[in-house]
Design a protein around this ligand. Structure first.
Ligand SMILES: Cc1ncc(COP(=O)(O)O)c(C=O)c1O
Length: 380
């Protein structure tokens, strides 16, 4: 199979990741922070080192500002549900994933939020002038930005957004960014960064991260409550990080796999990974440019896009194209709305959606070439 659904989850996983997961399951008897025997201490060491690794990878000074979650969805929920109060005003780009939009939809009803979707252009870029104007009219509690679109690969202009946001807190959905682009939360005023372990970081599913700027923890109510192995005599959640937001037995094999994924990226080099993925997307785009009835979405200037290509072929439903790619050519892609209906409304592909090809480090030149040939054959 030619796997071009890397934006859903990266595949294959590096052998080091598989080994780290297996080794934790095979060799670590005990739960981190729970007991004082050697196995539990070893588990605590793995958890601590993974936290330090994630912190250093994204430039966070203090590893206790790294909260392990079950994925980007939980990380985003933690901020949105934990921060926003009755009547708050929230801004979000019109390229958001449902893991932001549905939470806002729920909170809009439950807490009477004022939710404003900021316009983006046809390529998916935020209209910075409108954003600034709306912020100037009335400050908002939170601005949500999907840094890299899972539909078009559009990379939002982070520095410009940071320059105009003022006092408004910024929540970055980094699900499609972390592991693809360099991000340094230590040198940029990013308040919250949510991401998954199983996409760009090569970890397994079921593990994710929320970074929060130190000091912001007091503004966030925890999403869940329970055992932490610390301050067990109290019937209230410990106030300190990361225990305030992490409870229950952690997914140690998943976290160890995530840490091994980061080691892998550091061994190869993030720039090399990004260059390889985007080169494949560029080659694919070049090969299909003569395709009859082709409509490509997202940035024309591919420097401003990740290795995600969304397209349609006139007269063919995206689901039909994806089905034929899979059945007749063994090419795995995703079709439809990609959990981001707002993004499709923005780029003009709602309600049918698009066919999405997403490239990763383990894809080869031949994958891009064969996928292009298959698409050309289907388009006739
Ligand atoms: C932009 C974006 N945000 C959030 C998510 C949710 O990530 P997860 O399913 O790992 O929680 C995804 C997953 O595809 C995504 O692409």
């Amino acid at each position: 199979m030619i796997y071009l659904d890397q934006a859903a989850t990266s595949f294959p996983k590096p052998v080091e990741v598989v080994e780290a997961i297996a080794s934790t399951l095979k060799n670590i008897p005990g739960s981190p922070g729970r007991s004082a025997h050697k196995g539990a201490l070893e588990a605590s060491r793995i958890l601590f080192e993974a936290r330090e690794k994630v912190a250093s990878f994204i430039g966070a000074e203090d590893s206790s500002s790294i909260i392990f979650t079950s994925g980007a969805t939980e990380s985003l929920n933690l901020v949105l549900q934990g921060l926003l109060k009755e009547g708050d005003r929230v801004l979000a780009t019109s390229m958001e994933h449902n893991s932001v939009a549905r939470v806002l939809g729920h909170l809009k009803k439950e807490r009477k939020l004022e939710v404003i979707y900021l316009p983006c252009d046809e390529e998916g870029f935020l209209d910075l002038e409108r954003c600034e104007k709306i912020l100037r009219e009335k400050p908002a509690q939170l601005l949500c930005v999907n840094l890299v679109s899972n539909v078009t690969g559009t990379i939002q202009p982070l520095h410009e957004i940071l320059a105009l946001k003022g006092e408004t807190l910024l929540l970055l959905d980094g699900a499609q960014a972390v592991g693809h682009l360099p991000l340094d939360v230590g040198h940029l005023p990013i308040d919250f960064l949510a991401f998954s372990g199983h996409k760009g970081l090569f970890g397994p599913p079921g593990v994710g991260v929320l970074y929060l700027r130190p000091g912001l923890e007091e503004k966030l109510r925890p999403l869940k409550f329970g055992g932490t192995g610390s301050r067990s005599e109290f019937l209230e959640q410990p106030p300190f990080l990361p225990d305030r937001f992490e409870c229950g037995t952690p997914n140690l094999p998943g976290i160890a796999g995530l840490a091994a994924g980061i080691d892998f990226i550091e061994k190869i080099g993030l720039t090399k990974i990004h260059r390889h993925e985007t080169a494949l997307a560029d080659i694919f785009l070049d090969r299909i440019k003569e395709c009859p009835g082709l409509k490509i979405y997202g940035p024309q200037d591919r420097v401003k896009a990740s290795a995600i290509v969304s397209l349609n072929i006139e007269g063919l439903a995206p689901s039909e194209v994806a089905r034929r790619l899979d059945r007749e050519f063994g090419v795995a892609v995703r079709a439809g709305l990609h959990c981001a209906p707002l993004a499709h409304q923005t780029i003009g592909s709602f309600p049918q959606g698009t066919v999405r090809f997403s490239f990763g480090y383990f894809n080869r030149l031949a994958d891009a070439e064969k996928a292009a040939e298959a698409l050309l054959a289907i388009a006739g």
